[in-house]
Ligand binder design. Sequence first.
Ligand code: UDX
Ligand code: ADP
Length: 470
Amino acid sequence: MKIKNICCIGAGYVGGPTMSIIAQKNPKIKVHVVDMNSNKIAAWNSENLKNLPVYEPGLSKVVKEARGRNLFFSTNIEKHIQDADMIFISVNTPTKTSGEGKGYAADLKFVEACAKQIAEVSKSNKIIVEKSTVPVRTSEKIKEILLSNNSDVNFQILSNPEFLAEGTAMRDLEIPDRVLIGGDNTIEGKKAINSLFEIYASWVPKENILTTNLWSSELSKLTANAFLAQRISSINSLSELCEETGANIEEVSKAIGMDSRIGNSFLKTSVGFGGSCFQKDILNLVYLCRYYGLDQVAEFWHQVIKINNYQKKRFAYKTIQELNGNVKNKKIGILGWAFKKDTNDSRESASIYISNDLLNEGANLFIYDPRVSKERIIEDLKSLFIINGESDNEISKKLNSVKIVSDYNLCFENASGVSILTEWDEFKTYDWQRIYNNMQQPAFVFDGRNILDRNHLEAIGFIYKGIGNH
Ligand code: UDX
Ligand code: ADP
């Protein structure tokens, strides 16, 4: 079946960019992206492309080209579900905070709400595409909800996991390593797979589009993220050994990465990975393994998360230790809040946890990020304080020790140290001599991403502390 109308439920970091590219590459298909958050939809529709709710290099250009032509953003969910012959579910699937599987399993309430609404309002046959990252066998659940609420129309379920990485999403969508489509091995299932195949084939080489069964597709997404995260935890675990032995993690990383069997990506040591996917997906995998009684396998993957948490704590405590074991009332500048450069997303960013540890020791933080809003930063901190069970009094006391600044220079005046937690390119262009002159002496740089030139900083007079080197 040739698809004419697509509806995507969820206008977030995945739905927005993915649908923009699908619309750009398929001008004959109408793509409606719907969301229950009207502010978000208004932002997607704003005249000024700087106000799009997602910051991604190259995104505004694509939106400009397709929006109003065949790409639309709307809050009219019901109408666009009805009109569509293919519906992408692209809503958030956070880790459960209560009930069975709390702290591990993905919370599917948003996915289930979508399935219910689709079933309730649909009057014609539809292909439902799971785009959100979901636990294995979610498609089964979606199918059950659809069939039990509407037996008049035919629903085909496909799994089409998203592999885009934020910050490079447009490139990843434009030239994906592969596109994965999972579906039922029936005549109807194969037809549905083919419909989605045709959409991607308008710009992706056919040999890069893999078709599998539903479960393989769902599990491949979790596994790909688990492998990537595992590499980061592996290199981060060795960073501590490097600090003890005098080896240099950058040199070790380069040396092992030149082995073509290992490869050189995802070997960059850091303050710990963040983002909405890695932790959530691994926890999901751990939950799934435990569910099937595979405790050894579950523990293997759980260790990836444990090392990541340890790396964040280790960095915060290293900072405190270097500042004579005492940061009470000391000013520390925090450069970078996003979980990686080139995005305004801060979900699970290491900055949140490291800042919390510093605040618990009484530090005064001046935080700067080129893209993350002041409101978002406060909200991130507040959410963590609440999860940790802190009282209103404690929360407001800690927030009083936080200043979010839009001029990065304010991070440095009389600061004892500055921590670099996101690898934004602009940090490398700062006049570090001038910064040094404004700081208290001795002045420390805690480079949590190893992005600055250590020799240059030490020549100025800074005490430089990176990760995985002496
Ligand atoms: C990830 C996957 O890469 C993507 O395929 C999937 O669709 C979603 O999850 P994302 O989380 O957006 O994408 O970004 P990614 O580039 O993978 O980075 C995740 C985290 O790992 C960031 O905090 C990043 O700074 C960190 N990282 C990455 C390292 O610490 N070292 C590295 O070598 C690479
Ligand atoms: P992701 O990174 O997976 O794209 P986001 O949180 O950025 O996650 O986006 C998910 C979007 O899905 C949010 O904008 C949220 O408002 C929207 N959403 C969640 N549930 C529904 C629903 N039932 N109907 C419409 N939109 C929804």
